[in-house]
Design a protein around this ligand. Structure first.
Ligand code: 8YV
Length: 332
């Protein structure tokens, strides 16, 4: 019998969902959540035809240099800044991600975080748990309104658009900025108006970041950008931590130049900037925006479908549902 392809599963995911890989492949699975070092990733990929990986697994030219049989990498996540796509394309590795299945859940969470920051929900809960309720007065824990204000969305892809649609129920004005302006029909359907980056910063009462992380977006929200925002405004980040200069954000929050922030992502996660940890007007969550049970299972299922198809098996053999570099590979 010919040898079955071998796939590496870099982190424990949902066993029953990942089990489908076993119908076609020999599976080498990681038993516990692991921060694999660069050499360990290279060693695992050297022995693999395909891999199911997550944001925790950075893979570039060095990791695939000796991976002679590697043909496909399925990333469990829509963002893929952990992967050096040009290097993987050059090595002939087909890369896939998990768009769409997480859009609505992630948009829900963006709203939750923005509202928690604006209405001081985490701070209020701490206050209550610490036994301060008897000191309550009419002006305790007052937040800013969300309804009727101006929502600014930086990055108007699928998740940005889903966030915009939810704003109608709050009677908000929606402004967005994006690499390119959306077609008029999408602007109409999402009731969102395109503005320049600076205008977005100055006009938003609540600014939410939903753009991909790249060298261009690194520290895009820096001291100068924050200085343009209104002091009563909030900033919510469900994209990638590296988009925000965290020290500049801490400065703004400490000095009342920004009312509050909601952060689900951090530049050095899981390490946290101690200045942010010390602030009360920041809501901090551990990168869980896509984390509903149904959505996380759907992400893994889509990544499994991608890997099976990318390695030439199953009903979609050779045509994975969400490839990232199929065109680049076809050109080689
Ligand atoms: C995941 C994410 O939590 O999809 C993304 O880009 O950041 C999140 O949905 C993460 O990718 C898990 O690896």
């Amino acid at each position: 019998m010919p040898e079955r392809p071998r796939v590496w599963v870099s982190q424990p995911l949902f066993d029953d969902v990942v089990a489908r890989l076993g119908e076609h492949f020999d599976v080498v699975a990681t038993a516990r959540v692991t921060q694999h070092g660069p050499e360990a990733i290279a060693a695992a990929l050297r022995e693999a035809d395909g891999a199911l990986v997550t944001l925790n697994d950075p893979i570039g030219a060095a990791q695939v240099a000796g991976a002679g049989r590697l043909r496909a990498i399925a990333n469990v996540g829509v963002g893929y800044n952990n992967l050096d796509l040009p290097a993987l394309s050059a090595a002939g590795v087909l890369v896939t991600n998990t768009p769409d299945v997480l859009t609505e859940t992630t948009a829900d969470f963006g709203w939750a975080l923005m509202m928690a920051a604006a209405r001081r929900i985490s701070e209020a809960e701490h206050w209550l748990r610490e036994g301060h309720w008897r000191q309550w007065s009419f002006d305790s824990l007052l937040g800013g309104d969300v309804h009727g204000t101006t929502l600014g969305i930086l990055g108007m892809g699928r998740i940005g658009q889903a966030i915009a649609r939810r704003a109608a129920g709050f009677r908000m004005r929606v402004l967005y900025h994006n690499r390119s302006r959306l077609p008029e029909a999408v602007e109409r359907e999402t009731a969102a108006s395109y503005v320049g980056f600076e205008e977005l910063l100055t006009r938003a009462d609540h600014l939410i970041l939903v753009l991909p992380y790249s060298p261009q977006s690194h520290h895009l929200i820096d001291a100068a950008a924050l200085a343009r925002m209104q002091p009563h405004a909030t900033l919510t980040n469900i994209a990638r931590g590296g988009i925000v200069d965290e020290d500049a954000l801490a400065d703004a929050l400490e000095h009342g130049r920004l009312a509050a922030a909601g952060l689900d992502v951090f530049e050095g996660e899981p390490a946290l900037n101690p200045r942010l940890l010390a602030l009360r007007n920041v809501v901090l969550t551990p990168h869980i925006a896509s984390g509903s049970l149904a959505t996380r299972r759907a992400m893994v299922a889509l990544a499994v479908d991608n890997l099976i198809a990318a390695l030439g098996y199953g009903p979609d053999a050779g045509r994975p549902p969400s490839p990232l570099n199929a065109a680049q590979l076809a050109e080689r």
